[in-house]
Each structure stands twice: as C-alpha cells, then as structure tokens.
Write a protein that binds this ligand. Structure first.
Ligand SMILES: [Zn+2]
Length: 345
C-alpha cells in the first residue's frame, strides 16, 4: 500500500515535470544550429573504410601479440600510434615528439610493467582552453596459455583506428582553415581491460584541467554487428548521452538525423540494464567527474574477448559510418557558439 501511494505521488510529479521538460527539449532542439554542414560532410568523407581497414590490419596483427598492458607487443602498438601522428603532422600536447603519458606499474599493479596513454592534440582556434576528449583503449588481453593471440580487432582496435582517422580529418580541416574552435584531445588509453586504469590515471593526472573538459566521446568496439542487427546493420548503441547533459543528447541526435540516419539504439542506456555497460568502459571515469560522455558500442558478439576477434570479421563500411558520426558530433561540440554544460550533474 505504501509503495503504491509513493508510486502515484511520483507519477503526479512526473506528469507535471513532463510539460516543462518537453518545452525545455524543444528549446534545446531549436537552439541547435549545425555548424558548417558542408564542411562537416567534406571532412567526414575523408574518413574511409579503406584507411580504417589498412590501419586495423596493422594494429590488430599478430606482431602486437594481443597488446597486453606493459608487454613488448603493447609497446609496439603505442609506438605505431605515435609514429602515425608524427607522420601525419599531428602534434601531441607535450613537448616535441613525446606522445606518452606514462602510467607507472605502481599505479597499475606489480604484475605489470609501466604502460602509456598516448595523446594527440588539435588545438582550438578560438577557445583552445576548452577540451573535447575522444578516447579509445589500446590495450587488450595478450596471449592465451596455449599461445593463441587475442588480436582484439574490434576490442578496441576499431575505436583506435577510428581515432586515427578522425585526427587526420580534423588536422586536414585545420590546415585548410577550418580547424575546430575548441581543442580536441585524442586519448588512447591503456589498461582498460584490467579495470579502466588508464582513464583513472588520466583523471587523477589530467593534462588539461577537467573543469575545462566539456565532453568525452568514448569508443569501445564499433566495428562489428551484433546478433540483433544481422539484417539491419545501420545502427550503433549509445550509452550515457543523456545522463549528465541534456544538450549533449540532442546534439548527438540532431547531428545523426542531419547527416547519417543511423539507428541510435539506447537499449543499454537504461539505468537497470543488467550488463551495466555504462560502468564498464573508460568514459565512466570522466562521467564520475561530471564530464558529459557518450559511449559508442556495437554490442557483444560471438568473438568478444576471444582470439577469434580478428580484423577479417570487421564490417568496414559500418565502421566508416559510425566513425563519421562520432567525428561530426565532435565537430559540432567543438564549433557551436556555446559549450555544452553538465546540467544534470
Ligand atoms: Zn574494450
């Protein structure tokens, strides 16, 4: 009886709140002006399935031996990222050719060696102090006892190569006079697989003040299609977009509706969803600090965390489209007149 009374009182409050909520949503949606739509498309189109595939076949090759935290294979992987940024002329936020934030073994755990977050930076032209972080983890599970290599092509090679392509697109835009007004930090995190430790270290040792970090778009597995979408692959799961910033959610929706028309699926965003994905990748550490996040995810598949997560199984056209969506969302966040705020934090 008490529960029912409580529930009906709640629904009364809910219905009152709904009206002003709807008005607020309308106001937010009306105020979203897509910034330089032709330029968004022009540079989004430089992100191609062929380049994603080329980089992913290297990044998830046997040579990197499953990229276990602190292992020689993981060192090869971070050097590949660093060399990519150097060759593309994309700077780091540090001096010279240092692209690494060392995450010491004292932080990670004594079973591991020191590891690295890898950072690249496209400085904003108008509000460079405002930072948008696009992240993906570079580490994976290493080698099985029987010698099989966990290539981690989807987890998270897909997110890793998406960052490389987006950085290249933002750099090209900047070179041609259309650089972002706010800064973009490309953050390749280590030690996600053993407890979100690279992102935990970053929020404790941020390179730019967290108070100026206005959003984190985190990518973990966007190259595959799950069993629910075999016949309609034009989808992506979004998690967290509405939890801290009302505006972020509607910006994401508007950008998608304007350019891409992917099915944005919020199934895993529900508070009571038993998989608890919201808590299971690096964005969560940023959300804990009040930074609005979107986690992009393709759902689990039969090769999840197995040596069979290989680059031949990636759907590259789908990966391309999802990467373009994230790029366009970041572009909007970086260029719109006012920075988004965490109104729900
Ligand atoms: Zn992952």
């Amino acid at each position: 009886m008490k529960f029912l009374l409580y529930a009906s009182a709640l629904s009364f409050v809910g219905s009152c709140a709904t009206i002003s909520h709807k008005e607020k949503i309308q106001e937010i949606t009306d105020n979203i002006t897509i910034e330089q739509p032709n330029k968004i498309l022009e540079y989004a189109n430089t992100i191609t399935a062929a380049e994603l595939e080329h980089n992913l076949y290297i990044f998830s090759s046997d040579a990197f031996k499953g990229r276990k935290v602190g292992s020689p294979g993981q060192k090869l992987a971070v050097n590949f990222l660093k060399n990519y940024y150097i060759s593309e002329g994309i700077p780091s936020p540090f001096e010279g050719t240092n692209y690494f934030q060392i995450v010491p073994k004292s932080f990670i755990g004594s079973d591991y060696n020191d590891s690295e977050n890898v950072l690249a930076f496209v400085k904003g032209s108008k509000n460079p102090e405002d930072i948008i972080i696009i992240s993906a983890h570079h580490d994976h599970k290493g080698i099985e006892k029987d010698g099989e290599i966990n290539n981690g092509a989807d987890d998270d090679g897909s997110g890793t190569v998406a960052l490389l392509e987006m950085a290249q697109a933002f750099k090209k835009a900047k070179d041609e006079g259309y650089g972002p007004k706010r800064s973009i930090l490309f953050l390749h995190l280590t030690a996600e697989e053993i407890g979100l430790l690279g992102s935990h270290y970053y929020i404790q040792n941020p390179i730019f003040p967290l108070t100026n970090t206005i959003a984190n778009l985190n990518i973990d597995m966007i190259g595959r299609v799950d069993k629910y979408h075999k016949d309609h692959t034009n989808y992506i799961y979004l998690i967290g977009s509405d939890r801290l910033s009302t505006e972020l959610h509607y910006i994401s929706e508007t950008v998608n509706a304007t350019f891409f028309n992917l099915e944005l699926n919020y199934k895993y965003n529900s508070e009571n969803e038993h998989n608890r994905y919201y808590y299971r990748s690096d964005h969560y550490n940023f959300a804990q600090k009040g930074i609005p996040v979107i986690f992009y995810f393709n759902g689990e598949h039969e090769d999840y965390h197995l040596p069979t997560d290989t680059p031949d199984k990636i759907n590259y056209p789908v990966l391309e489209k999802r990467t373009r969506l994230i790029f366009a969302t970041a572009w909007q966040l970086a260029n719109q007149e006012k920075a988004i705020i965490a109104d729900k934090y």
